[in-house]
Ligand binder design. Structure first.
Ligand SMILES: [Zn+2]
Length: 372
């Protein structure tokens, strides 16, 4: 009898040991559904170290969402003229997809749409190949870029009302989602300074909020045809003047009114790097799911994790579900990040680097989930 009891107790122990990771996973997903990492997709030469990074660093920290900024770093078949010179092949993308699938990580590819069609003095592939799509063709790219400049040029935008632009954009979006086997797509759409330009024959005089919302809806509807969700950065939906958030992390050209014009199933990536601004509450109260995105300040990231945890704990069930979690953003390319921030890191976790920020963010999520 006693032997049976001991045996039973041992059996229960074994079962708990086997189930523990599953029970923990459930608890963690309940505590913070999205635990993400966002970075430019690696160049072909950095693919192997990046895959090792996923396995060695993202998986043990229980990251379940990887946003990869692909842009033109893929050998598109629908539009080969838009490929970068050293773009990833389909086989290389499949290696990333397989690694993530095997480790329970959802991959969300990104192509910057609407804004960010140039960087410094270089025009991006879309407007270089299709200059007709340029919202401001009269703004010439400077030889040496500097900010501020008389044109107010940060990045070029495409014209959302150009009759041909969506033929190209939809093909890219559909193809990148197919190859990444993705159920969501990130369209960027941050920092759009050029929109509804006075000289654009299609957009001039139109309401900038309506133009922005129209483009969000157009992209969202195309993705929805195949059951895919649209993710965007949140900054254009915040009023930069009233909030004091300024011209970068919020809008100074009235696009913020678009928040009441876009479908509620668009996922908002709410980035704040210098302070833990609590704008996630605003997005959630407007009916959107939201993730908070830090960059390189570990202290800010830790507070943001605590805030999301607090919001989830102290909300109605309807609101709780909207506070989805955290996504670390890295703004160097994957190769540079791995070399400089990751491999070159020392033990000082307080330094403001994306790698430190990520480590402390992930640590705080795991720590608080165990207290929960
Ligand atoms: Zn236009």
């Amino acid at each position: 009898m006693i032997k049976t009891q001991i045996l039973n107790a041992m059996l229960v122990g074994v079962v708990i040991l086997i189930l523990a990771p599953i029970l923990m996973a459930d608890n963690l997903d309940e505590f913070m559904p999205v635990r993400g990492f966002c970075i430019a997709a690696p160049r072909a030469k950095d693919l192997d170290p990046f895959i090792a990074f996923i396995k060695d660093e993202l998986v043990p920290r229980r990251i379940n969402t990887l946003i990869l900024r692909v842009d033109y770093n893929f050998q598109f078949e629908s539009h080969p003229e838009l490929r970068d010179a050293d773009a990833l092949s389909k086989g290389q993308v499949k290696q990333l997809v397989e690694t993530c699938r095997a480790n329970g990580i959802r991959v969300i590819p990104q192509i910057n749409l609407l804004g960010h069609q140039s960087w410094a003095s270089t025009v991006g592939n879309l407007l270089r190949v299709y200059p007709d799509f340029d919202e401001t063709p009269h703004v010439k790219m400077p030889e040496k870029y500097q900010w501020p400049n008389p044109d107010g040029l940060y990045c070029k935008s495409y014209c959302p009302l150009h009759p041909k632009v969506h033929d190209v954009v939809f093909a890219l979006m559909d193809e990148i989602c197919d190859v990444f086997e993705a159920d969501a797509f990130h369209a960027g759409m941050d920092e759009v300074f050029y929109i509804g330009d006075d000289k654009c024959p299609r957009c001039s005089g139109r309401d900038k909020a309506e133009l922005f919302a129209g483009e969000v809806r157009t992209l969202r509807d195309q993705l929805a045809k195949k059951g895919r969700a649209l993710w965007i950065w949140g900054d254009r939906l915040l009023d930069g003047k009233t909030t004091g958030l300024g011209v970068w992390e919020a809008s100074f050209n009235n696009t913020h009114r678009a928040i009441d014009m876009i479908p509620k199933d668009v996922m908002i990536c709410d980035w704040h790097y210098e302070r833990p601004d609590q704008t996630a509450v605003y997005f959630a109260m407007k009916g959107f799911k939201v993730v908070t995105c830090p960059f390189r300040n570990p202290k800010v990231a830790v507070t943001q994790v605590q805030d999301i945890a607090k919001f989830r704990a102290n909300s109605t069930p309807a609101m709780k579900e909207r506070f989805q979690g955290m996504v670390q953003t890295v703004w160097s390319d994957a190769g540079q990040f791995l070399q400089r921030d990751y491999k070159g890191a020392d033990s000082d976790l307080t330094k403001t680097t994306p790698w430190n920020c990520f480590r402390l963010m992930a640590q705080e999520i795991l720590k608080l989930s165990q207290l929960d």
